[in-house]
Design a protein around this ligand. Structure first.
Ligand SMILES: [Zn+2]
Length: 466
């Protein structure tokens, strides 16, 4: 409650940064790597083993997960003892996974800890630690209200929503932070292009909630269903975890497993859903006038993503790029080398600020949105339609109309109840965007793109076309 009507901190402590574009970009792509999820607690690849050990000791894993956690920790220990000559970064859990996959090619008899089921266990380990490590405010938390609080993903989603498709978020993370934030904000999102006009989220390495039948012989094996997510409060005040509500295959009864492809040497992108997602990523990159990268270090071990970027950006529509990789100096250098010299000097901005920070400043600036643009009141994250024709006067009239409808009070203040009702309606898929805005939009002769249903929490399905 106390959040309403609070003014933002003065921006004098922020460095000056302004977009070099004089116009709001027609299309933008934001690429998220592991560093982006770290902003809400996800471990970086190097932190998984420690977290797994901690969480096991604290007894927070479900019983069916515990054996996988123990097996993975045993494997990690065995590998450490086994490699006496060479140096492998085993604290990077993806390297442990990679080694476990080696067994597909050659037997490794000296390593009894490496069993037939090791790869599956390490995958379960990664999923379980990720889910428990990410802590987000509950759906009713005041952090979702307004622009200035809450996780940085919130401002990113609001900005991409405002730009509309073909602007999109491409993510290499398989956690469900973006989906959950969308839900809490009442913003629709979609994994499929043009499906319903929501914020497009393209998950190149799959997602924890994309479920497929584990029985390879099943007729449903190539299909992917989106599983419902569930918020579980933890003892820590207003924060909780977002967990999967998995079920079994409706056709054969086998358990469903997430479609996730960690970037190991055995990475297989042949699944039709992944191929469709990569194809769409190429398309949105080709249209992008702005590329913003958060928390992705462009590792040499991930050539596919690098080539995707090369191919996508070759259409030369790009006018500006912002890269935020925290304090990773090697990553800064790799990104600079990725662009040609003329770009490096002028159009590329590499910052060592965190996601939290850039989401309030540089990121919004390159996307053509600023905090001031959002204003100070709660209505600002509502999807007031954006189109080139919308100017201050139109916005004013929309605000006026929303005020009359009791959705908001443009001056800020006692509108909490209505705001929450509105978010609830959006979550239930009963929001009446069109009826609220459409008459005025029509009157003004503007293009109105209705919002689609919310996909996440109520368990929708999507299937690939192939
Ligand atoms: Zn099945």
């Amino acid at each position: 409650m106390a959040f309403w009507g609070i003014r933002p901190k003065q921006s004098s402590d922020q460095p000056s940064f302004s977009s070099r574009l004089s116009l709001r970009p027609k299309a933008a792509v934001v690429l998220l790597g592991a560093g982006a999820s770290a902003s809400v607690g996800a471990p970086l690849m190097r932190g998984f083993v420690d977290r797994g050990r901690d969480y096991l000791a604290r007894g927070i894993f479900a019983d069916d997960v515990k054996p996988h956690i123990s097996d993975t920790l045993d494997l990690y220990g065995a590998l450490r003892a086994h490699f006496q000559i060479t140096e492998e970064d085993l604290d990077n859990i993806e390297n442990v996974l990679s080694i476990s996959e080696l067994r597909k090619l050659v037997p490794l008899p000296n390593l009894p800890a490496l069993t037939e089921t090791s790869t599956a266990s390490v995958q379960r380990f990664i999923e379980a630690v990720l889910v428990k490590a990410i802590r987000l405010p509950g759906p009713e938390s005041g952090e979702w209200v307004g622009v200035h609080f809450g996780p940085p993903q919130k401002r990113l989603l609001a900005a991409i929503w405002r730009l509309g498709q073909p602007s999109a978020i491409i993510t290499l993370n398989y956690d469900c932070i973006l989906e959950y934030c969308s839900y809490c904000l009442g913003l629709p999102f979609t994994y499929e292009p043009n499906a319903c006009g929501g914020v497009e989220i393209l998950k190149l390495h799959g997602s924890i909630n994309w479920m497929q039948c584990s029985n390879r012989g099943c007729e449903e094996a190539d299909r992917v269903a989106v599983a419902p997510l569930e918020y579980r409060p933890t003892d820590k005040q207003d924060y909780g975890t977002v967990e999967l509500n998995a079920s079994s295959c409706k056709s054969c009864g086998a358990p469903q497993r997430p479609l996730i492809v960690p970037p190991t040497w055995a990475k297989d992108l042949q699944h039709p859903v992944l191929r469709a997602t990569w194809a769409r990523a190429l398309e949105v990159l080709a249209k992008a006038e702005v590329l913003a990268v958060v928390g992705y270090s462009l590792p040499a071990a991930d050539p596919q993503v690098r080539q995707l970027l090369h191919a996508g950006l070759s259409s030369a529509n790009l006018r500006q790029a912002l890269v935020s990789v925290g304090g990773d100096e090697l990553a800064v250098e790799r990104w600079k080398q990725f662009f040609r010299g003329s770009w490096r000097d002028y159009r590329l901005h590499v910052t060592n600020q965190t996601f939290d920070f850039v989401a309030n400043s540089e990121l919004l600036a390159v996307l053509g949105v600023s905090i001031a643009d959002f204003g100070h009141d709660q209505l600002q994250l509502l999807p007031v339609p954006q189109s080139p024709g919308i100017n201050c006067e139109v916005r004013e009239r929309l605000s006026q109309m929303m005020k009359e409808k009791g959705i908001c009070n443009a001056a800020g203040g006692e509108i909490g109840v209505n705001w929450r009702d509105e978010i609830q309606r959006r979550r239930n898929g009963t929001a009446s965007d069109s009826s609220q805005y459409a008459p005025l939009i029509r009157e003004l002769g503007l293009d109105w793109r209705p919002s689609g249903p919310l996909l996440p929490v109520h368990g929708s399905h999507f299937y690939c076309n192939e």
